[in-house]
Design a protein around this ligand. Structure first.
Ligand code: DON
Length: 334
């Protein structure tokens, strides 16, 4: 890869000089016709997603936005709510009290595993369902509506626009979420969460049912990348002293039992959701989001993984890329 001084770059596979928008467009076209994977059906309402939908967005920490495809199409955030809820718990309760309820250890198991860390009886980490339910139990408020409102308000600041809950997806998950109910009861048994299981699950299911588009996710990722401040609105959203904690857990646990391969191949803190969203953070540089509903066997967006791998490689974004040419390319634009 070669860079000139104006932020244009070349790769051996792409002889022409390309801007960031060109790279987003070329990547979109390259993966547009991939149709591997299957749309999630275990939450019945999610099965209505159109498998052809596809979008890519990048937002830099100086507020430039680059999008391709169906970036305005809304979908539910699902598990991508988990790092943000963890951030909210850290902000409200601090590290000690939050980590008393949830660990930071990768489980290497599926997102919906019914298991706790046998040493501590805490959920392994806040990215698997058990950990996210423990976090939801912490951040819920006395009234169910107030807890959901606080979460939606935080997410609106991160997206830079008004957001709402998809009530059909919420009802669909609430009526079929017995596995999550089982996980919650297991944690009640070990004193990790309080006995208000329905209230806690309502908080968790509502968090998952937030409607976002691909640009919103990229903006949220860019807010994490930008030390907690939304790069377009300039609004402080997240307490930056905890962003480090959240990115570390995203890096090690964000893609569940694919997390090791992801760290090896892509090398970025990231989070996936069964709605088809995938968000990655290039610390202090940019947020990346992909939307494509068909998932692999581990519940991660097939095209989401392909696109992030491609962008990380072309822009040199891997955290441990020793040349890190792409990252310095992005910096040269600032
Ligand atoms: O708990 C669930 O089953 C969903 N609401 C969220 C799961 C999810 O998105 C897993 N991510 N890939």
């Amino acid at each position: 890869m070669e860079c000139d001084h104006k932020g244009q770059f070349r790769t051996s596979t792409m002889p022409e000089t390309l801007s960031i928008q060109d790279i987003v467009d070329v990547t979109y076209e390259k993966y547009r016709s991939i149709d591997d994977g299957v749309v999630a059906t275990y939450i019945p309402e999610l099965s209505k997603a159109d498998p052809r939908d596809f979008a890519i967005c990048l937002v830099t920490v100086d507020g430039q936005v680059f999008c391709a495809g169906d970036w305005e199409k809304e979908f539910t955030i699902q598990s991508i709510c988990k790092p943000f809820a963890f951030q909210m718990a850290l902000e409200e309760f601090g590290r000690e009290r939050t980590l008393a309820r949830v660990g930071v250890e990768p489980s290497g198991d599926a997102f919906n595993s019914i298991e706790l860390d046998p040493r501590t009886m805490r959920p392994f980490n806040p990215m698997v369902n058990a950990g996210a339910i423990a976090v939801a139990s912490l951040i819920k408020k006395e009234s169910a509506a107030a807890g959901v409102r606080a979460y939606v308000e935080k997410m609106q600041l991160a997206a830079g626009r008004k957001l709402k809950i998809d009530c059909s997806v919420l009802a669909s998950e609430a009526s079929t979420g017995n596995r999550n109910r089982a996980i919650a009861y297991l944690m009640l048994n070990f004193g990790i969460i309080d006995e208000d299981i329905n209230h806690t699950l309502h908080q968790y299911f509502s968090q998952c049912s937030l409607l976002v588009n691909c640009r919103d996710l990229a903006m949220m990722a860019a807010s994490l990348a930008n030390m907690g401040t939304n790069p377009v609105s300039g609004e402080p959203v997240f307490d930056f002293q905890y962003v480090r904690d959240v990115l570390a857990v995203m890096f090690t646990c964000g893609l569940y039992d694919h997390a090791g391969e992801w760290a090896y191949n892509v090398g970025l803190p990231a989070k996936s959701g069964v709605g088809g969203g995938l968000m990655a953070v290039v610390n202090r540089q940019l947020g990346i989001a992909v939307y494509s509903p068909p998932l692999d066997a581990k519940g991660n967006s097939v095209r989401g993984i392909m696109v992030c791998k491609e962008l990380a490689s072309r822009l040199g974004l891997h955290a441990f890329e020793f040349t890190n040419v792409g990252s310095s390319f992005v910096q040269s634009l600032f």
